[in-house]
Design a protein around this ligand. Structure first.
Ligand SMILES: CC(=O)SCCNC(=O)CCNC(=O)[C@H](O)C(C)(C)COP(=O)(O)OP(=O)(O)OC[C@H]1O[C@@H](n2cnc3c(N)ncnc32)[C@H](O)[C@@H]1OP(=O)(O)O
Length: 208
């Protein structure tokens, strides 16, 4: 995991998820060089004094070894902008920084892969692996020995019990519970508040 390198950060995205990430990064005294958003930036003290770039191409003013990127586009069911941004910038040699909120609890025996985002109050237990670019959102719990794939969004307040495996691009809705040992296929959508007690196939949506 690449972290705390001291290079300035560019946030790709300027919406709600971007402001939550900016809040965490500023608490950690990280320098945010720019925010990329095609829309005007929302008036917020979090963005005071930060350059506004209006397109992904503008990021190329910064060489890949001069900055770190943070993928600040949220992930909602069915949306693939977060994935596209990831693929576009990785292909050009940029590096995505991981973000771990100071109030998150991450076991020293867990693995957080590059570009993952562990938000406030989240708990990652021993033996868990969090895939690249995955968001473990506010107060979500990833129990021991889970293998969470790339670009998942584990939404606020959800509980992933021990030894669960998820594929890539999985969305786990707010407050959902996945019982221990389950396998969730790639691109599955687990509805908010759902309790998963059986394996979920690739691409399947589960509601309560
Ligand atoms: C920081 C953040 O905010 S992160 C964001 C966190 N957000 C979430 O977790 C939201 C997760 N999204 C959901 O749970 C969604 O509702 C989905 C993806 C499961 C389903 O979305 P859609 O297919 O668009 O369903 P849609 O909204 O059209 O609803 C269809 C029906 O299912 C119901 N429904 C939708 N989601 C759920 C759910 N999670 N549990 C039970 N019923 C549901 C709706 O009430 C509606 O019922 P109705 O036909 O009686 O009116």
């Amino acid at each position: 995991m690449k972290n705390n390198t001291g290079l300035p950060i560019i946030l790709i995205g300027g919406g709600g998820h971007a402001r939550v990430l900016a809040d965490i990064l500023l608490q950690q005294d990280k320098q945010i060089a720019a925010v990329v958003s095609p829309e005007p930036l929302m008036e917020s003290p979090l963005f005071d004094g930060i350059n506004h770039l209006s397109s992904d191409e503008d990021v190329r003013r910064y060489a890949p070894d001069e900055v770190l990127l943070v993928n600040a586009i949220g992930m909602l069911p069915g949306a693939d902008s977060r994935k596209k941004v990831c693929e576009y910038f990785l292909a050009q040699g940029y590096t995505f920084e991981s973000v771990i909120a100071p109030t998150a609890t991450v076991s020293a025996y867990a693995t957080i892969k590059q570009g993952a985002q562990i938000m406030s109050g989240a708990i990652i237990q021993a033996g868990a692996v969090i895939g690249e670019q995955t968001i473990v959102n506010t107060q979500a719990v990833i129990e021991h020995d889970c293998q969470i794939g790339s670009r998942n969004h584990i939404a606020p307040g959800s509980t992933v019990c021990g030894e669960v495996t998820t594929g890539n691009d999985v969305f786990v809705g707010a407050g959902a519970t996945i019982i221990n040992g389950m396998t969730i296929g790639s691109n599955a959508i687990i509805g908010a508040g759902t309790c998963i007690t059986r394996a979920v196939d690739d691409g399947k949506t589960v509601r309560r």
